[in-house]
Design a binder for this molecule. Structure first.
Ligand SMILES: *[C@@H]1O[C@H](CO)[C@@H](O)[C@H](O)[C@H]1NC(C)=O
Length: 290
């Protein structure tokens, strides 16, 4: 699903190399301004949702491929109705998007981690997971590894999803539109929790989700050109296709097995097995083996 339509201000982006870690320098609030607070001298940013408004921020830079890490501590206690997002998106119609969304729940019931990939405006590739830890008691790292061949979603370094470039088989892949990073905390109690049956408990507001240690090891898109960190692409010739750089990253046999284990134990929805939804047959990438 498309997340909130933010009033995005197109702006010239002249920032040089990515990396980062400082919310004062690398990010800016997009909405609910009073409800976003930079903490720890720029190391963290807390987003708040109250009865009046949620809040969100975006990266100042746009990226074309990269490894984006964010540590997040989700709304604790009764988070029913709240949705916390962390995603990349391009602008305009036929957009590309790579989503992490965390759907809150009543106290003691599990969050749902919702993922999706849009390419050229085409989404409908949802996979949902339970987490194997309580995401509200401490920070955990959520990563998007986006290179010309893969979009890999990882949680604390464990891959949970690998969306491959299958353009050769007619499947679109996000690879030519620069994307900005967005994060938000908002009220979606009309659908988010137990199908919308459970509403936000405003007596527990304000709700707070904390973000920390934003890191973009990424190629920055600036004035129509892509500027990658030194050595990004060289790594391929130096170390072969399975080099350690994110640019060449793919799943080793071991990380593939770990991903399959997570998927077997923790995946609760997979568009690829939702035959009812695709009466003409599931999308092409679902039928391809690893
Ligand atoms: C909330 O908890 C219920 C009961 O365990 C579960 O069915 C549901 O998937 C959970 N997550 C959401 C977002 O509703």
């Amino acid at each position: 699903m498309r997340t909130v339509a933010l009033g995005i201000v197109a702006m010239a982006c002249l920032v040089g190399m990515a990396q980062g870690g400082n919310f004062n320098q690398d990010a800016e609030m997009t909405w609910g301004h009073g409800n976003g607070k930079v903490v720890d001298g720029g190391r963290g940013l807390d987003l708040t949702l109250d009865r009046t408004t949620g809040s969100g921020f975006q990266s100042k830079s746009e990226y074309l491929f990269g490894k984006i890490d964010m540590q997040i501590k989700l709304v604790p206690g009764n988070s029913a109705g709240t949705v916390t997002t962390f995603y990349l998106s391009s602008q305009g119609s036929a957009h590309d998007e790579i989503d992490f969304e965390f759907l809150g729940n009543v106290t003691g019931e599990p969050y749902t981690l919702h993922t999706n990939v849009f390419a050229k405006g085409q989404g409908q590739r949802e996979q949902q997971f339970r987490l194997w830890f309580d995401p509200t008691t401490s920070f955990h790292t959520y990563s998007i590894i986006w290179n010309p061949q893969h979009v890999i979603f990882a949680v604390d370094g464990t891959p949970i999803r690998d969306f491959k470039n299958n353009e050769a088989r007619g499947v679109s892949f996000p690879k030519s539109q620069p994307m900005r990073l967005y994060a938000s905390l908002w009220n979606a109690d009309d659908w988010a929790t137990q199908g919308g049956r459970v509403k936000a408990d405003w007596s527990k507001a304000p709700f707070v989700a904390s973000f920390r240690d934003f890191n973009a090891d990424a190629c920055v898109w600036s004035a129509g050109a892509q500027r990658c960190p030194a050595g990004t692409m060289e790594a391929s010739s130096a170390t072969g296709a399975s080099g350690s750089s994110w640019w060449n990253q793919q799943l080793s046999d071991m990380s593939y097995r770990r991903m399959r284990w997570v998927q077997r134990k923790f995946m609760i929805y997979n568009y690829c097995t939702d035959a009812k939804r695709f009466p003409q047959g599931v999308p092409a990438e679902c039928k391809l083996r690893r």
